[in-house]
Write a protein that binds this ligand. Structure first.
Ligand SMILES: Cc1cc2nc3c(=O)[nH]c(=O)nc-3n(C[C@H](O)[C@H](O)[C@H](O)COP(=O)(O)OP(=O)(O)OC[C@H]3O[C@@H](n4cnc5c(N)ncnc54)[C@H](O)[C@@H]3O)c2cc1C
Length: 320
């Protein structure tokens, strides 16, 4: 039998100290993955615009009204069949058309494995090229998300090939990867439009920093390198420390406002989002939508033990 009082107590502890996080977090994280989909769906609502493109359009319009930009993402990843990857690409084409039709201040983000990167690299390249070409025709932009480390080199190669022919394409780099600063040095030579995030996948300590401060340091080191070469950077984080340090760096390095934007995920730290917007900096929100919401939701819930804790309690309360 589960002791609910104990669960409650430990969840409170999670919020009090980083040192106590990992053990209980691991339990919660493992348990979240065993939850019924309906419960995960209930708690994920704040992170997802909805299951249809119309709901996503409404969400983007609401953000745009506040002066906030968006990047739209059709949920889906790790596709193993070409016809599914083509269907995903067609949905992305529809997003680009919808942006124009509704005059949205938005661009497109996509996951390479959703376009077929783990089926066939050439096929995925052609799929993404079609999207970048389409976006170019409507004066829009495509951001290639970064997935887990088996895809890092393939994604960078894909991006480099696209960059030969297009300027309206950008790449994501992850500060938790030890290789990132050297990737920045290489990619700076191409004049890359970056999104810099911490990284969300579980990676081994041989290739990734695992501690909060190590990741923060690599984030700031990478950001400085990106800025030094005059690249455009999407500073994607909800970490107030990093946002404050980025503010300082922007002032000290005298970076002009057309060289960066802040980026956040839908439903996360809206207080910070509004502060950045109020400070007169450009901010873009990642707006995911679609029927394949499950893996994305699990990742978001893993990041937020408080919500995961609610789920945990809810599930076991069914037994009462
Ligand atoms: C626009 C955008 C695009 C991204 N694209 C990618 C990508 O392509 N590849 C990739 O690997 N990762 C991507 N990420 C995810 C990123 O790597 C991090 O996992 C995520 O942003 C959390 O890291 P953080 O910098 O916000 O810092 P953290 O230290 O994790 O979070 C800082 C604070 O934000 C709040 N917070 C964070 N997450 C949540 C949540 N889910 N619910 C509630 N509060 C929360 C908490 O208060 C937390 O203390 C993206 C993130 C953003 C913002």
């Amino acid at each position: 039998m589960i002791n609910f009082k104990v669960v409650d107590l430990e969840i409170t502890e999670i919020n009090q100290g980083e040192s106590k996080l990992s053990f209980i977090n691991n339990i919660i994280v493992t348990t979240v993955q065993l939850m019924p989909k309906s419960v995960v769906g209930f708690f994920s609502k704040k992170y997802i615009a909805g299951d249809t493109i119309d709901k996503a359009v409404q969400c983007v319009k609401d953000l745009n009204e506040k002066g906030i930009f968006a990047t739209m993402d059709v949920l889906g990843e790790s596709i193993t069949q070409k016809d599914e990857a083509i269907e995903a690409k067609n949905k992305c084409l529809e997003v680009l058309d919808t942006i124009v039709k509704n005059k949205l201040n938005a661009n497109l983000s996509l996951k390479p494995t959703q376009m077929g990167l783990n089926i066939d690299e050439e096929f995925a390249y052609n799929q993404i090229k079609e999207l970048v070409e389409k976006a170019k025709g409507i004066n829009n932009f495509v951001r290639i998300d970064m997935e887990d480390s088996p895809f890092t080199d393939k994604t960078i190669n894909l991006f480099k090939r696209l960059k030969n022919d297009f300027n309206n394409v950008g790449l994501v780099l992850q500060a938790y990867l030890k290789r990132t600063t050297s990737d920045v040095i290489t990619l700076n030579k191409l004049g890359t439009n970056y999104r810099l995030c911490k990284g969300i996948y579980i990676e081994p300590a041989t290739i990734a920093y695992k501690d909060k401060q190590g990741i923060r340091e690599n984030y700031l080191k990478s950001l400085e390198l990106m800025f030094k070469n005059g690249n455009y950077v999407g500073i994607a984080t909800h970490d107030e420390y990093l946002i404050n340090e980025a503010y300082k760096m922007i002032k000290e390095m005298n970076i002009s406002k057309d060289k960066f934007e802040f980026q956040m995920l839908l439903g996360v730290r809206e207080d910070l989002r509004d502060r950045i917007n109020g400070d007169g900096y450009k901010i873009r929100i990642y707006v995911p939508f679609g029927k394949d919401w499950y893996p994305y939701s699990i990742r978001r819930l893993k990041e937020n033990p408080q919500i995961a804790g609610h789920i945990f309690k809810n599930i076991f309360s069914f037994e009462k």
